[in-house]
Write a protein that binds this ligand. Structure first.
Ligand SMILES: [Zn+2]
Length: 87
């Protein structure tokens, strides 16, 4: 087996972020998308304590409508909503 072929196999086996081409670091996300997910989760707890019970699904839907929501966060919201719709 040639060296190039071996390198290709390594690259292929490396886990990529579900949302971009970067390397996945935590769960199925790269560092930027994972950071966005973490901030979503943190804010979810804040929302629940100020607005009362809200589901993860409703929370994501509401955030998606807010214009100020950042691009990384929007990417994560989209994929999370897709997952929830499949279930
Ligand atoms: Zn990513």
């Amino acid at each position: 087996m040639g060296v190039i072929r071996e390198i290709q196999m390594i690259v292929k086996n490396e886990t990529r972020c579900i949302l971009c081409v970067r390397k996945a670091i935590h769960e199925e996300f790269c560092e930027f998308h994972f950071e966005a997910l973490e901030s979503l989760r943190t804010h979810f707890q804040v929302w629940r304590s100020s607005y009362g019970e809200i589901t993860w699904y409703d929370y994501l839907n509401r955030l998606q409508e807010i214009k100020h929501t950042g691009k990384w966060v929007k990417d994560v919201i989209e994929i999370e909503l897709k997952k929830l719709k499949k279930e």
